[in-house]
Design a protein around this ligand. Structure first.
Ligand code: KG4
Ligand code: ZN
Length: 317
């Protein structure tokens, strides 16, 4: 089954063609990052206008690169939520138009399901499976006992991990988006600043990252007020080490409680080198299978939406 995936929930316009959830013919991504960098974050109105401007170009490119036509496709899969409403509308209108004109079925995909299914491009799924979802808007632990069967067993009570990364990078003034920059800085530092590890030893699987974010911001502020230079690499490393400690502790706890066979890491923060390394360590020492998406499928892309759409469609039959 050849699926046309469309993703426009935030600041990437992406269209992909994927067969049977595995074979990626094309995955064109037009990123607006340079435009939003000027403002230090995504400006929703600018984002939707850029999607309108680029989506037909991205579609043309995808068809050209794959050598396929819209007649060849069997299903249209489009991100329907969550996301910026004006941005989502652009992808949905494109998908609906193709579905109507070419008489193809359409499925409306949850963006987070897409991030989870990005892992299917690397490896088949073995259940029960646990997804550690870490993106700019979400931090969740999701238990899956079968394909397209999602149970959120824990989530952040305040900030998402990626959001905390981006906020800290802005305050410490190192650029946007914060995640990859802090990740690089952390590799050159030591975890010398003590930071809170909220909820790490609490029952259940919920997370909280606003306390650690505030602690980093306050520490930086204190140094500025005293006209002292904080060591930014050490601060980045202290923050990243604490975040990874919290994420991996809760993940491991869930692995043991639910008899998990495979863990997948999903969302933009899955690109984090420190997190990937620590997850690999705990997978080896605790004997579970770990899958992380290749870097190009960590952040927003339409291939993951096509894969999730494929399974959503099959499950609905
Ligand atoms: O999944 P995504 O592309 O968008 C949402 O669905 O939210 O995730 C974007 C987030 C941003 O917050 C970005 O800073 C973060 O992923 N990110 C990272 C890394 N690369 C991207 N965070 C930590 N380390 C990275 N290497
Ligand atoms: Zn995303």
């Amino acid at each position: 089954m050849l699926v046309l995936g469309i993703e426009s929930s935030c600041d990437e316009t992406s269209i992909a063609l994927v067969e049977d959830g595995k074979k990626v013919y094309t995955n064109i991504i037009y990123t607006q990052i340079d435009i939003h960098t000027l403002y230090g974050g995504v400006v929703p109105e600018v984002a939707s206008r850029m999607h309108v401007k680029k989506i037909t170009y991205v579609l043309d490119q995808a068809l050209k690169e794959s050598g396929k036509t819209l007649d060849d496709i069997d299903l249209v899969a489009v991100t329907a939520h969550p996301g910026l409403i004006g941005s989502l509308m652009v992808g949905i209108n494109c998908a609906k138009t193709i579905s109507l004109v070419y008489n193809k079925p359409i499925v409306y995909v949850d963006h987070i399901h897409g991030h989870i299914y990005a892992n299917y491009l690397e490896s088949d799924f073995t259940f029960p499976l646990l997804a550690l979802v870490v993106s700019g808007g979400h931090t969740e632990l999701v238990l899956m006992k079968d394909h397209f069967d999602f149970e959120v067993i824990g989530e952040t009570l305040d900030d998402a991990v990626g959001e905390a990364y981006d906020k800290i990078a802005r305050v410490v003034n190192v650029g946007y988006p914060g995640g990859p920059i802090i990740d690089k800085m952390a590799a050159c530092g030591n975890p010398s600043y003590p930071l809170p590890h909220a909820l790490i030893n609490k029952d259940g699987y919920d997370f909280s990252f606003s306390g650690i974010k505030s602690a980093v911001i306050n520490l930086n502020h204190k140094y500025e007020q005293n006209h002292q230079q904080i060591n930014k690499e050490d601060l980045a490393c202290s923050f990243q080490t604490a975040v990874i400690d919290i994420l991996t502790t809760k993940t491991l706890k869930a692995v043991k409680e639910f008899g998990i066979k495979q863990v997948v890491v999903a969302g933009g923060v899955a690109a984090n080198k420190g997190l990937r390394m620590k997850m690999q360590d705990i997978a080896e020492s605790n004997n579970f299978k770990l899958t992380v998406p290749s870097f190009k499928y960590c952040t927003d892309n339409a291939a993951m939406i096509a894969v999730a759409g494929y399974f959503q469609y099959i499950k609905s039959k």
